[in-house]
Design a protein around this ligand. Structure first.
Ligand SMILES: Cc1cc2nc3c(=O)[nH]c(=O)nc-3n(C[C@H](O)[C@H](O)[C@H](O)COP(=O)(O)OP(=O)(O)OC[C@H]3O[C@@H](n4cnc5c(N)ncnc54)[C@H](O)[C@@H]3O)c2cc1C
Length: 496
């Protein structure tokens, strides 16, 4: 992915001079500037894109975070916040002449308030660590990205992360109550509140999913939910992807909101079964996993309704977990699907787009047509209930041209999502990966509004430049490549 000329922040400060400024308030081991020390930070989970940072800083205190921001602001230095670096869209990719600000040392749970069912945590706390800490009180934190063992809550807020349980319990934005955020000039904002409503603009929601472009999150107050009394999972296999997709739409249409509703196609089923051996039907075209949770009466009733819907949609086989061990096994295949696909190809490129549920079958068919056109294989494993697709494009980075073909294929998938009324991201964010497709998703007027919001928080464009929101110049160039029926996108903008 090219850095666009319009997104480069120029400055003239000498590297050592900036290191010396940081050392006025940071210990020596909190400022990294050699290639060896910084190489661990050169990419996030989208490892196809790599760039060495200029300087990495690892503060311990809020005062230090504020001073780092003030220093960068005063000197016009771009700055990228980083949580655990598990992002899949290159959001934490460093800027070559900028500072990478790691929040890794902010890893404490500050308060657990069981009466009010909430916890106050630092941004570097791992997602799963919150549920583990509150489990003795019968509580958990609902959003559960598959990366939850590693990803940080600060990164979850910045990406508005989702997961299997988000269909029923909402995304990150629905599960947080308050944030503390530093602005680019080092001022602390306290957004949201413990109450259900707060006066004024909803800046907490705005900050959620802002991908490090508006501020640096330094504290998160999360909602906690009671652990459901019971959970039961059904697995249905289908001989056509279309009927599997139809069953997903029918379940939601019938008013059942499962705790999880996931789908895998044949290549993903085979890869997962080969890896974890849980008895997945390797000949099926698709399988659907549906988890029902709640009180025992509610779960039993919903299990029967879903079983009936699966049958009516032509499921070949329906298996229900007989006990907790089997339930975990059935999920194990789905949860291991990404690494499992990693075993069948040297590299894979995970896309993330969202479509209306009722178009699942049709879109999956078009993705397999695109695979033929681009001469690359694809495996699909995804949050079907949300219509959130994760096509995994298989390629080999050692074969010249393969990565470019994978990127083009990915771009086509995202544009397909937009064309059926969906979006170019479900949960992984835009980062650098999907920045061009933002030009397809949004009009000039809409992109201008994004820039107006960005300008209100960060007038000099120092926070994570070149990510998430494309400049209109970028769109003009990208638009020039995608002329639709002779209509030139952004005709009033200069081409260069
Ligand atoms: C195997 C695997 C499975 C995944 N599954 C899912 C999934 O099911 N659902 C899902 O939503 N995601 C998933 N992800 C993607 C990723 O884990 C999430 O996007 C996660 O929220 C990123 O958190 P992080 O701490 O790693 O953030 P990073 O990757 O470090 O950063 C992500 C973005 O947030 C910004 N940021 C980080 N911390 C802060 C902060 N404190 N203040 C301001 N900005 C900040 C960064 O600048 C960057 O733009 C998966 C990733 C992997 C590798």
């Amino acid at each position: 992915m090219q850095v666009h000329a319009s997104e480069i922040v120029h400055h003239s400060i000498d590297k050592q001079a900036l290191v010396d400024l940081f050392l006025l308030f940071l210990d020596k081991d909190c400022v990294l500037s050699s290639v060896e020390d910084m190489s661990a930070y050169e990419c996030d989970g989208l490892s196809a894109y790599r760039r060495l940072p200029w300087i990495v800083v690892l503060p311990n205190t809020l005062d230090q975070v504020s001073k780092i921001l003030r220093t960068c602001h005063a000197k016009g230095i771009p700055i990228v916040a980083r949580g655990a670096g598990t992002g899949l869209s290159g959001g934490a990719l460093p800027i070559g002449n900028g500072v990478l600000l790691s929040l890794a040392k902010f890893n404490r749970i500050l308060e657990i308030d069981t009466d009010n069912r909430m916890a106050r945590v630092e941004p570097g706390v791992r997602n799963l660590a919150i549920s583990e800490a509150v489990q003795p009180f019968g509580l958990y934190y609902a959003p559960d990205p598959s990366s939850q063992i590693a990803c940080s809550i600060g990164g979850n807020v910045a990406e508005n992360a989702g997961g299997v349980h988000c269909l029923k319990y909402g995304l990150t934005v629905h599960n947080i109550l308050a944030l503390k955020v530093f602005t680019i000039n080092g001022e602390l904002l306290e957004l949201g509140s413990a109450g259900l409503d707060a006066p004024g603009y909803d800046l907490m929601a705005l900050m959620t999913g802002s991908e490090g472009l508006l501020g640096v999150i330094v504290e998160v107050t999360v909602k906690l939910l009671p652990i459901p009394e019971m959970a039961q999972v059904l697995m249905a296999s289908f001989s056509s992807v279309e009927s599997a997709g139809e069953s997903v739409a029918k379940i939601i249409g019938a008013g059942v909101i499962p705790g999880g509703l996931e789908m895998m196609d044949n290549p993903a089923i085979r890869a997962a079964e080969d890896f974890v051996r849980v008895g997945y039907p390797v000949d099926a075209a698709a399988l659907v996993l549906c988890e029902l949770d709640g009180s025992p009466d509610q779960v039993c009733d919903e299990v029967e309704r879903v079983r009936d819907l699966f049958q009516r949609c032509g499921a070949d086989k329906i298996r229900s977990a007989q006990d907790e061990t089997e339930r975990r096994q059935l999920w194990a295949g789905r949860k291991a699907a990404f690494p499992a696909v990693g075993r069948i190809a040297p590299d894979y490129y995970c896309m993330d787009g969202t479509i209306p549920r009722k178009r699942l079958g049709e879109v999956l068919k078009r993705i397999s047509d695109l695979a033929v056109q681009h001469e690359l294989a694809v495996a699909n494993v995804f949050h079907a209930g949300d219509g959130n697709l994760h096509p995994l494009i298989l390629y080999d980075a050692n074969i010249p041209g393969d990565i470019e073909r994978a990127e083009e294929f990915g771009g086509d998938i995202l544009e397909l999502c937009v064309s059926v009324g969906g979006t170019i991201t479900g949960e992984h964010g835009v980062g650098v990966e999907k920045i061009n497709q933002m030009c397809v998703q949004f009009s000039v007027a809409e992109i201008q509004q994004f820039h107006a919001v960005k300008h209100a928080f960060d007038p000099d464009g120092l926070l994570n430049p070149g990510k998430a929101i494309p400049t209109l110049q970028r769109c003009a160039e990208f638009g020039a490549m995608h002329v639709h029926q002779g209509q030139l996108a952004f005709p009033d903008l200069e081409r260069f």
